[in-house]
Design a protein around this ligand. Structure first.
Ligand SMILES: [Zn+2]
Ligand SMILES: [Zn+2]
Length: 643
């Protein structure tokens, strides 16, 4: 006999169903149109199959393509289709893992002695679509550990995965003629996959460890409509054009030298100017917010990082200590600025009236990354954080944290990143030994962040296991002009380092107390931020950030003197540009300036020299006509001052 259960939907409405109803059954009871679009469901915060029976009162959210988790189910299921199709062409290949990712999915495959290349993409795509058309349903079912191991006796990768699972918690998923080890989260059937693209095949180590065998990672993406795929591929094209590694080279912003070392960027004059402008902008905002600048060294005694816990946490996997000619002294390239700033705090005795202390530094840090992980300016071995550490009393924590949020939002708004979400990154409750500090400190720190984000009205998602090893954090993820998400600024609360460094302040009762520390970096790092800014703006920076806001183009040698006068006039107002004295035709000079994305081109010849004017051309807009020097000067000053 079936009993009735209450299903609460996201809008708060409650519907009654017979026990055993599936999310798809609920969708069908609402409308057939909805049922057609349902890809997956969340029941009491857990993502399930659309066919999973519900046997007790529950909160149910039906997921479609418009939900991130809906897309995840779509792409997870597409990874099954990819694996199925690969196995049809390469029956001896060994499958390993194949998750959904932010855009699409991949499958890591050991092709053994056989080769897999770009030439395979086309037939794999065709096979995937052919298999998708069968509208095969995904069915998830439990398998005993012994049976699972027997099934994968010839696949050491799956064997390793299964060995790490508990008997009774192992499931397989079958669709059509294909079965895979899987935890679930599928779309109802393969038929909704209407467009598929295999994007790339690249080397990847089993479990990301270079000591392990190398596999082939096959990347793909799929969509419910062909039109969506076409749009996505256009976006990829645009992203390629904006790739900061390409733009950075074309615009002469930065370079790398094998002699200096991989992952160690060299900032060229134009890039250095842009970076300096960003630093000045942030310094001004920080000054207003009561920060003080400090400067500390790029290396530190090993003991410093033993005290901070960095050595125990990262020592073995990072750059190894530097030994001095004298025995017994060991230094490390600093992986973080915080320990140095703790010692800065310690240089004086503070009373509660002196707090908060806010120390800021553009601090360069060094972290070892495997060479295969390096990527332009976004993944490097040496980078400069726009770092600051705030030391305050527990009573001041909430206000300080909110002030930091305000500063981060001000930075984002000024730079045109107005679409962002925030993530509260907490400790993994099942893996507490990965973190330093007491439960009590962690709970205090975590609740401070949650409350500050709430009071500031931020849209937040909560992620467990994403905290730093010394404290929880609030991360800002911005969307760029192409809709891609990037992690930028971060704010962290830390009760632990102040204890480890024995930092104190005197309370109003004349007793000594431990301050709370906030770590924050609105840009994250200068390298990463410039990379993102390059891709976001395609190199068309707002005028105030432009490394070369104008270029003077004399039409012949005769007008060079006048050109210099124009340039000098603007320089007197701290606006520094270029002058193109090459013996080239004006048309060529204009084309080159357009290519360099210089905002203003000032053409000067006989008429301009006589009238005391410039003929102004704006990048991407064309001719603005003749202006007196005074008029142009006023115009450019006003535009720069907006920020
Ligand atoms: Zn699956
Ligand atoms: Zn820090």
């Amino acid at each position: 006999m079936n009993s009735m259960i209450n299903i609460t939907l996201p809008d708060g409405s409650v519907r009654q169903y017979e026990s055993g109803i599936s999310p798809m059954g609920i969708a069908l009871s609402i409308s057939e149109g909805l049922a057609r679009n349902v890809l997956s469901a969340v029941v009491n915060d857990i993502q399930v199959e659309s066919t999973t029976p519900i046997t007790e009162d529950a909160n149910v959210q039906l997921l479609t393509w418009n939900d991130d988790l809906g897309k995840k189910a779509f792409w997870h299921s597409s990874a099954h289709l990819l694996a199925q199709s690969i196995m049809e062409f390469y029956p001896n290949a060994k499958l390993t893992i194949g998750p959904a990712i932010e855009n699409g999915f991949y499958y890591d495959v050991d092709f053994g002695d056989e080769s897999f290349s770009d030439a395979d993409f086309d037939r794999i795509e065709k096979k995937m679509l052919e298999n998708a058309k069968k509208k095969a349903e995904f069915s998830l079912y439990p398998v005993s550990k012994a049976d699972a191991l027997k099934e994968y006796a010839n696949n050491e990768y799956k064997t390793e995965l299964i060995e790490n699972l508990n008997d009774g918690e192992i499931t397989f998923c079958t669709h059509d003629n294909f079965t895979d080890l899987c935890r679930g989260g599928h779309i109802p059937n393969t038929g909704v996959v209407k467009a598929v693209k295999v994007l790339n095949a690249a080397g990847a180590y089993w479990r990301g460890d270079e000591k392990n065998p190398q596999l082939t990672r096959v990347y793909g993406i799929s969509f419910p409509k062909q039109k969506d795929l076409t749009e996505y591929l256009e976006l990829l094209e645009e992203a390629k054009k904006r790739d900061h590694r390409k733009l950075g080279k074309e615009l002469g912003f930065f370079t790398f030298s094998e002699k200096v070392g991989q992952g160690l960027p060299l900032w060229l004059p134009k890039g250095a100017t842009l970076r300096r402008k960003l630093e000045n902008f942030l310094m001004k905002a920080q000054q207003k917010a009561g920060y003080e600048m400090v400067i500390t060294p790029h290396i530190g005694h090993k003991d410093l990082y033993v005290t901070s816990g960095h050595y125990a946490k990262y020592g073995a996997d990072s750059f190894q200590p530097i030994h001095t000619p004298n025995e017994g002294e060991e230094f490390l390239l600093r992986p973080m600025n915080c320990p140095h700033h703790c010692e800065v705090y310690k240089s004086s005795q503070w009373s509660y009236r002196d707090l908060p202390k806010r120390y800021a530094e553009f601090g360069t840090v060094y972290r070892y990354e495997q060479s295969g992980e390096l990527h332009g300016l976004t993944r490097v071995r040496g980078f400069t954080q726009d770092d600051a550490h705030l030391f305050c009393t527990p009573d001041q924590l909430l206000d300080e944290f909110k002030n930091v949020i305000d500063l981060v939002l001000y930075v984002f708004n000024t730079l045109g990143f107005d679409d962002f979400v925030t993530q509260v990154s907490l400790r993994d409750p099942d893996n507490k030994e990965k973190y330093i500090g007491s439960d009590e400190n962690w709970e205090k720190a975590e609740s401070a962040i949650i409350q500050a984000a709430k009071e500031k009205g931020l849209k937040t998602i909560v992620e467990y296991g994403e905290a730093a090893f010394y404290g929880p954090k609030l991360d800002f993820m911005v969307k760029d002009a192409l809709g891609r998400r990037w992690q930028l600024g971060t704010i962290q609360v830390d009760y632990n380092l102040p204890e480890r460094f024995e930092l104190t302040y005197m309370g109003s009762d004349n007793k000594q107390y431990t301050p709370v520390m906030i770590h924050r970096a609105p840009f994250g790092s200068m390298e990463r931020f410039v990379a993102i800014l390059l891709e976001h703006t395609a190199g068309n920076f707002p005028l105030w950030l432009s490394p070369e806001p104008f270029i003077v183009l004399p039409i012949s040698e005769k007008y060079e003197e006048y050109g210099k006068k124009v340039s000098k006039l603007l320089e007197n107002h701290d606006i520094r540009g270029l002058i193109d004295n090459r013996n080239e035709k004006t048309g060529k000079k204009i084309r080159d300036a357009e290519m360099s994305k210089i905002p203003y081109m000032l053409i000067v010849g006989e008429k301009e020299a006589e009238n005391g004017t410039v003929s102004v051309r704006k990048h991407g807009e064309g001719d603005l006509g003749e202006m007196t020097l005074e008029e142009f000067k006023e115009k450019i000053i006003k535009e720069i001052e907006i920020n």
